[in-house]
Design a binder for this molecule. Structure first.
Ligand code: UGY
Ligand code: MN
Length: 255
């Protein structure tokens, strides 16, 4: 996907910041520099500054741009272009559009862009689980990942991008909605979410508000934020979704 860059003349925006959620439309994006990244402009949307326990940002890499490890665990999803992942001296992999990698905290892997590329990056401080070894790196492509009918609804497809294993303290998935289909009920749960709408659009219910949303929009849902989505239009809607997983709520509150 390519992110639209639009300018608004009278200060209007669809961006909203509320106590239980936030919606960020691309018109409000402001680029900044983050440690570890060179030749790369970052747009940080979800962060600890917002009350979240993870960071979600766009990394716009120029040709020659690089991203070094920072000590946090990292999930990288390629939105456009391609990146080369240097894992060890002799080992590298290329991630193309919709390719992704999970890099555990402390992994020395670096990202390299030979041509411009845009990534969606999620990071957090890894919460170890006593007696369970930390996960190894994961690689894949969303387009090669098997889907399942979400809660038995064949109009809504869930693709889990990481293994479901207690070594992971997070889950990344995509949810794809056929036109006119929706989540089966308004969810309310302790887990928090970060979301990037990859294609299509519809209406997102967050707490007691219903927002029109479209590709390129980012949403933060705090723990317990009531949430629901219905896809509108003639094309399917797909979003990338972060969720914390496999950890006791006490550990989350402290972490
Ligand atoms: O499973 C989930 O938490 C997911 N269905 N939530 C969401 O799409 N907002
Ligand atoms: Mn949910």
């Amino acid at each position: 996907m390519t992110l639209p860059r639009t300018f608004t003349a009278l200060g209007e925006t669809r961006t909203r910041l509320m106590s239980t959620h936030a919606l960020f439309s691309p018109d409000g994006h402001v680029r900044t520099q983050l440690p570890g990244w060179t030749g790369t402009a970052c747009v940080v949307l979800i962060s600890a500054q917002l009350g979240a326990r993870f960071t979600q940002y766009f990394a716009h890499m120029e040709a020659g741009g690089q991203g070094a490890a920072t000590g946090y665990e990292r999930f990288v999803f390629v939105l456009s272009g391609a990146v080369r992942l240097e894992l060890a001296l002799e080992s590298s992999r290329t991630l193309t559009e919709y390719g992704y990698t999970y890099l555990p905290a402390g992994s020395p892997a670096t990202l390299h862009a030979d041509a411009p590329a845009t990534l969606c990056v999620f990071e957090r401080r890894y919460l170890p689980l006593r007696g369970v070894p930390a996960p190894a790196p994961v690689f894949g492509n969303e387009r090669d990942t098997a889907g399942e009918a979400f809660l038995g609804d064949d109009g809504v497809t869930l693709r889990k991008l990481l293994p479901e294993h207690p070594s992971f303290d997070l889950m990344l998935s995509t949810m794809t909605f056929a036109p006119g289909r929706s989540l089966p009920f308004a969810e309310t749960h302790v887990m928090e979410h970060g979301l990037l709408l990859l294609s299509g659009g519809g209406v997102y219910r967050l707490a007691d508000l219903w927002y029109p949303v479209t590709a390129g929009d980012t949403i933060y849902m705090a723990p317990y934020c009531p949430q629901w989505f219905g896809a509108l239009g003639r094309v399917e809607a797909k979003y990338l979704l972060y969720k914390d997983a496999f950890r006791d709520p006490f550990a989350l509150a402290e972490g």
